[in-house]
Design a protein around this ligand. Structure first.
Ligand SMILES: [Zn+2]
Length: 338
């Protein structure tokens, strides 16, 4: 039997833990109804108990090589600690990695949730055949990660790939990061709901208003369903979403010129509603994409009118394949690839 590692996804809604063999087979997956908000000591205790149960169970099958943990927030990689985070009070200035290592008696790696999702897609998902890729995760906000030759590119301070806070509208909507007009204020689940509420207030969106008053969980999904049914106001929201995502991608393609950009996260299921506009922005705004797009049947404006589509290798922009399991696979990959 092959060796195995443990991947942990410390999401906002629950704690998921998986035993995964070093050749990529999912042995077992556990979902605990434990939220990060339940506090540091409780979360760490439940996590370690569940990992112990798994390592006991698979003791005879192969060697346990360690655990990787995907965490929402910014990590001090060297010290294995969280930096100050509004969502994780009590976690900063606490030796998270060392404490879990001590309890498990095994090597433990902490990494940002966007980075582990990208590593998962690189290992077993959409990025399997790409040497260099970036991943954009569309969820409550926008997560980002850059993977070069199979390794996460961290930058100087471990913060590389903050795609969600790239400015796309100079005087745009204020963002929690202190800037205005960040990409995640226009292209995330939260942004879709905000834009819908603004459309309702303007009095130009009767169907959205009806949905908002009857649907207790008025969400990006309900707005997407209205767009699918042909509601013009809902469709305009996803047009704006696609426009902003296209602007962001055009910048990323121009700067990084990677083989592949993988788009994941819950809102990627609205692909049909936002992707056509995203691709047309991209062709118009990015010279590099215009030269390397998979086919040249679309627009002939902007950058696409300036340069022929001439490279042999193509820039692939595609949906993620592993869904919410990407982070589990990617987190398990870290100890397995050391
Ligand atoms: Zn921001």
């Amino acid at each position: 039997m092959p060796d195995y590692s443990i991947g942990v996804d410390m999401g906002g809604t629950n704690l998921r833990i998986a035993a995964i063999s070093t050749d990529g087979q999912l042995l077992e997956k556990i979902t605990l109804g434990v939220k990060v908000a339940m506090g540091r000591d409780y979360v760490i205790g439940e996590m370690c108990d569940a990992i112990h149960r798994l390592t006991e169970q698979y003791r005879g099958t192969g060697r346990f090589v360690g655990a990787g943990i995907g965490v929402p927030g910014i990590i001090d990689m060297e010290r294995g600690m969280m930096r100050k985070s509004a969502n994780l009070p009590g976690w900063s200035d606490y030796p998270v990695r060392d404490e879990i290592e001590r309890r498990l008696g095994a090597k433990v790696f902490l990494d940002n949730d966007a980075n582990v999702a990208a590593l998962g897609e690189k290992w077993l998902g959409a990025g399997r055949d790409a040497d260099n890729m970036a991943m954009i995760t569309l969820g409550t906000g926008i997560g980002g990660a850059i993977v070069l030759n199979g390794k996460v590119f961290y930058g100087m301070s471990g913060m590389a790939g903050e795609f969600g806070h790239v400015t796309v509208v100079p005087d745009g909507v204020p963002c929690g990061c202190g800037n205005r007009g960040c990409a995640e204020r226009y292209a995330s689940a939260t942004a879709v709901v905000r834009m819908a509420r603004e459309a309702i207030e303007s009095g130009q969106a009767p169907e959205l208003a009806k949905a908002a008053s009857s649907d207790a969980e008025f969400s990006a999904k309900s707005i997407y369903n209205l767009a699918l049914q042909g509601d013009a106001a809902a469709q305009r929201i996803f047009e704006r979403f696609g426009e902003v995502l296209g602007i962001l991608l055009a910048d990323l393609v121009n700067i990084l010129d990677l083989d592949m950009f993988v788009i994941g996260g819950g809102v990627v299921s609205a692909w049909d509603a936002f992707a056509p506009r995203m691709f047309s922005e991209l062709r118009e705004r990015s010279l590099v994409y215009a030269a390397s797009a998979p086919d040249d049947a679309m627009i002939k404006k902007g950058a696409s009118a300036q340069i022929a589509n001439y490279t042999k290798k193509k820039t692939i922009i595609t949906q993620a394949l592993l869904g919410s399991d990407a982070g589990l696979y990617g987190a398990a990959r870290i100890p397995a690839s050391q």
